[in-house]
Design a protein around this ligand. Structure first.
Ligand code: SF4
Length: 452
């Protein structure tokens, strides 16, 4: 998934004398890192711009989770050459997972590139940028010890929005056989709960009303530390912070979805009724090959408990289609999993081999065309399920956190508790408030409603 360039920031701190254009690829972790970068570089006088042609510095924050995403980054990098203006020291840099993976090689491949910074090196960026302003080219991609990393979470300031990400952990120790994340993001680390709670309190003071707790596998937060709470305990602590009205979290690993965490959905009213629980496959044989650490039945048992804990919980998931060894029967089992879980939305992908992972050694039998056929069937089925679920909301009253103007004139837009976008007629003065809205139309990706 390619995300739009991040342009919606207020100009923070001192008067800017330079402009920064940053383009973010991939997941919410990268979006969150880009927000940190904007904060850090504001201290050096850089303010965000949405137009690379006017920028004094262009940064790409990259993703390598699938081959297609990586190719997009290379294409974009090749295009950036046109922005390197003669006689003007425009800086071009690459961060994130592709930077981590390729390091110094990127500087060799793209002679107009100035900076390469890996996933553990954000804190070095201000120093690297100062060097680049003097004409130095530099690559930093070393992994850092977890002890040191705990002190190196740059904070995000000066970007007033109602909803904000808060990183609670980073990295992953799971080594699912297809996944590049442990190689490019490093070992799992949980932030200190005291730092997380301080950050959330500060956000609440700045007017943030919703926090999304973020990590590659938030469920395993604190499990490897004697001094930190479990993720369920952390949720309860965050819920105590006044001013914060809504809490969401992502991403969850089904294996680490404890009963204690599931109980939070019935006990914590501030915790929104939405969960992203990637299954990846509905077949036990494929799940084993993927090294996911759970079975179809244990996944379904977690789903059932979640539905018991919060009756109307909206579940989203990820499915990989065409994993090496996935038979027709395996695929049929994945389709039937969709029917059983009834995801409100699904992110589905064709398997993409990533160099260095275990699955890259597996023999692939399916042709590209066969994989596309499977993906089409899966998406068709999901479309129907989404439509059926969304229809059940017609006439219901949803509490909407109004976050901005809608696409149509005199319309505002926000999120329901289940995470769906709701548009309704209203004045922009409603932005920032919670409004009860009756749902009148249910579309594939959003609802239309009327204020009651
Ligand atoms: S849990 Fe598996 S899929 Fe998720 S980040 Fe870790 S290794 Fe990748």
């Amino acid at each position: 998934m390619t995300l739009k360039p991040l342009v919606a920031y207020k100009v923070p701190f001192a008067m800017p004398d330079k402009l920064l254009y940053i383009e973010t690829f991939g997941c919410q972790m990268n979006v969150n890192d880009s927000e940190r970068i904007v904060t850090m570089l504001a201290d050096l006088g850089y303010a965000p711009t949405g137009d690379p042609a006017f920028a004094d510095m262009i940064l790409l924050n990259t993703c390598s989770v699938r081959g297609g995403a990586e190719e997009k980054v290379y294409k974009r990098l090749a295009n950036l050459r046109i922005y390197k203006r003669d006689g003007k020291s425009q800086i071009i840099g690459v961060g994130g997972c592709v930077a981590q993976q390729e390091g110094e090689e990127l500087l060799k491949k793209f002679p107009y590139l100035d900076l390469v910074f890996g996933t553990h090196n954000l804190h070095l960026l201000p120093d690297m940028v100062r060097g680049a302003e003097r004409g130095e080219r530099r690559s930093e991609t070393s992994f850092i010890d977890n002890d040191q990393r705990l002190d190196l979470f740059p904070s995000i300031k000066g970007q007033t929005r109602l909803s904000r990400f808060v990183t609670v952990m980073q990295g992953c120790d799971n080594y699912c056989s297809y996944c590049i994340v442990p190689f490019v993001r490093g070992r799992e680390i949980s932030r200190r709960s005291a730092d997380i709670l301080d950050e959330v309190r500060q956000l609440a003071d700045e007017g943030v009303r919703e926090v999304v707790l973020l990590g590659q596998n938030v469920n395993s937060y604190g499990l490897k530390s004697d001094n930190e709470p479990t993720f369920a305990e952390l949720l309860r602590m965050v819920a105590e912070i006044s001013g914060i009205e809504r809490i969401r979290f992502t991403t969850s690993h089904p294996r680490d979805m404890s009963d204690e965490l599931i109980a939070c959905f019935s006990d914590i009213p501030k915790l929104c009724g939405q969960i992203h629980l990637p299954a990846q496959s509905g077949s036990d044989d494929v799940l084993k090959l993927m090294k996911r650490g759970y079975s179809r039945s244990s996944y379904l048992e977690r789903v059932q408990k979640l539905k018991e804990s919060r009756r109307d919980i909206a579940i989203t998931g990820d499915i990989i289609v065409g994993f090496p060894g996935e038979s027709d029967d395996d695929f049929e089992q994945t389709l039937s999993l969709l029917e059983e879980v009834r995801y409100i939305d699904l992110f589905s992908f064709i398997y993409s081999s990533r160099p260095g992972t275990k699955a890259a050694e597996f023999h692939e039998e399916l042709t590209r065309a066969q994989k596309i056929t499977r993906l089409d069937r899966l998406m068709e089925l999901q479309k129907r399920i989404t439509r059926e679920i969304c229809q059940t909301y017609l006439g219901s009253i949803q509490k909407v956190m109004v976050e901005g103007v809608g696409k149509r004139p005199a319309q505002v837009s926000g999120k329901a508790d289940n995470g769906r976008i709701v548009n309704f007629s209203g004045d922009s003065g409603l932005i920032g408030s919670f409004v009860d809205v009756r749902i009148t139309q249910a579309y594939q990706n959003s609802f239309l409603g009327e204020q009651i």
